[in-house]
Design a protein around this ligand. Structure first.
Ligand code: FES
Ligand SMILES: [Fe+2]
Length: 477
């Protein structure tokens, strides 16, 4: 690593060396986040630092010890996490109310209390000052000084935090339903940091068509014959459920590009006079994985209430059925705003496993390879591709972006803490482009008057969709 850095420095300090630099390089990491300011664009009313009146995952409980508090930034706000006298993880604003020092730089010298590193202001789990060490036992700061507290709940080993200014809403509305199931339901987690805005990370949701391109060389896709290939140039139908999620359905994965009932391995693109994929190396080994997956054929998907099905759930969660052939696990990505250009990506992998031995294996497999394959090798490819997305430029959407516009409606019309009557046009240019995109493919879609759904507006439209063969919702594999 050091050698590589030295060589790079010698060559000019730029990735690729001076020659690359001379050709030009986009300093993507340095670009400030720019929000559109345009009444024709729903993105202009979505807060760059996120939706505050919600529960978010903070940390796994095991990361919080008794001796050292932990600092964490969420939604542009710094919090300090520590254990109270009962051992429950509590969160306070990470700003000492005395003179503003970060409490997370302090210590928990006495079990259950956090002490400020500057003058020893010491706070309990409710944020009340219980001792002010440097002023002695008679300090009158005790009982008068208090730090802001953020409500927390620990469920299945994960500490959730309420970031709102209002009284907390029921946590059941904000975190996946399986968190409230018994020990048979295993929820494993991991965290990544991405240098992009939380909406960019979230808008990767149900963008099924990037799979065929972005993930072409992921370990996940290399074992699949069609490698996430879209079976249609049309997007998902999605609908808003309970004002809290936009779920996807009626995604036609089987019909559109079939010829004589068969899907070719490669497709010809006349504009470039060429095929994609470029070559067929994977055909040497995919037969083996297809043989393995036959064992999973017909196994049910991960069952979940409609509101928590595949799609987007407020405040910033994406859900996808996962596992070979959709065999009973659920992938959830929570995009937690940290700063305008930084997102904390918290993943859950949920699966119901009836036996203790099975649960042991589930944890082992997660730690040895599943976490890597799914959340690092596969999902970080999305990050690499989308981190340069710009919100300050006009976009030109296609039919495949149908879920995107439903998701933006979900946020701008239903999110807590946002005004419901948003000051944007009823139907934006982006929405019109998606509708037109479908129209060009012979499919009518509409966003209904209340803006709660995007759906085919008549039977004919459904039939127009390549013979009406609308398949059941599929996983994004
Ligand atoms: S700044 Fe925290 S005790 Fe003084
Ligand atoms: Fe992707």
């Amino acid at each position: 690593m050091e050698l590589r850095k030295s060589i790079q420095k010698f060559l000019g300090g730029y990735p690729g060396g001076w020659q690359q630099y001379a050709r030009g390089r986009t300093p993507i990491e340095d670009r400030p986040w720019v929000q559109p300011a345009n009444l024709d664009d729903r993105r202009s009313v979505i807060p760059p630092l996120g939706l505050r009146e919600y529960w978010y995952p903070a940390v796994p409980q095991k990361d919080i010890g008794w001796k050292k508090p932990v600092g964490l930034r969420l939604l542009g706000t710094d919090v300090v996490l520590f254990r109270d006298e009962q051992g429950a993880v509590q969160a306070l604003l990470d700003v000492c109310p005395h003179r503003g020092v970060a409490l997370s730089w302090g210590d928990c010298f006495w079990k259950g209390f956090v002490s400020c590193p500057y003058h020893g202001g010491t706070f309990d789990g409710n944020g009340e000052c219980v001792a002010f060490i440097t002023e002695g036992p008679d300090s009158k700061m005790v009982g008068r000084l208090s730090a802001r507290k953020f409500p927390t709940r620990t469920i299945k080993g994960i500490v959730f935090i309420w970031m709102g200014d209002e009284a907390p809403s029921p946590i059941e509305e904000d975190i996946p339903a399986e968190f409230f199931e018994g020990e048979q339901t295993v929820i494993l987690n991991t965290v990544r940091y991405w240098n992009c805005n939380w909406m960019v990370a979230l808008e990767n949701t149900a963008d099924a068509h990037n799979c065929f391109w972005v993930h072409r060389d992921s370990l996940f896709m290399l074992r699949s014959r069609f490698g996430g290939r879209p079976r249609t140039p049309l997007g998902y139908r999605s609908k808003i459920v309970n004002g809290r999620s936009a779920i996807t359905f009626d995604y036609n994965t089987t019909a559109y590009y079939k010829k004589d009932g068969k899907l070719d391995y490669r497709m010809y693109y006349p504009g470039v006079k060429g095929h994609w994929p470029l070559h067929g190396w994977r055909l040497f080994w995919v037969w083996f994985f297809e043989w393995l997956e036959k064992r999973n054929a017909g196994k049910p998907r991960f069952e979940t209430p409609e509101e928590w099905a595949m799609g987007t759930h407020l405040p910033s969660q994406q859900r996808i059925y996962s596992g070979s052939g959709g065999t009973g696990s659920m992938y959830t990505r929570v995009c937690i705003p940290v700063e305008e250009n930084l997102t904390r990506v918290f993943y859950y992998r949920s699966r119901r496993v009836p036996t203790a031995a099975g649960r042991f294996y589930e944890r082992l497999a997660f730690n040895l390879w599943r976490n890597f394959i799914s959340h690092y090798n596969f999902s970080d490819q999305d990050y690499d591709a989308m981190r340069t997305v710009r919100y300050d430029m006009p976009e030109y959407l296609s039919a495949t972006d149908s879920h995107l516009i439903t998701q933006r409606r979900l946020i701008t019309q239903h999110a807590r803490g946002l005004k419901r009557a948003v000051p944007v046009q009823d139907e934006t240019s982006s929405e019109r482009l998606v509708i037109e995109g479908h129209g060009l493919l012979g499919v009518k879609v509409a966003i209904d008057g209340s803006g709660t759904s995007l759906s085919p507006d008549d039977k004919g439209a459904v039939i127009g969709l390549a013979g009406g063969l609308l398949g059941p919702p599929q996983s994004m594999e």
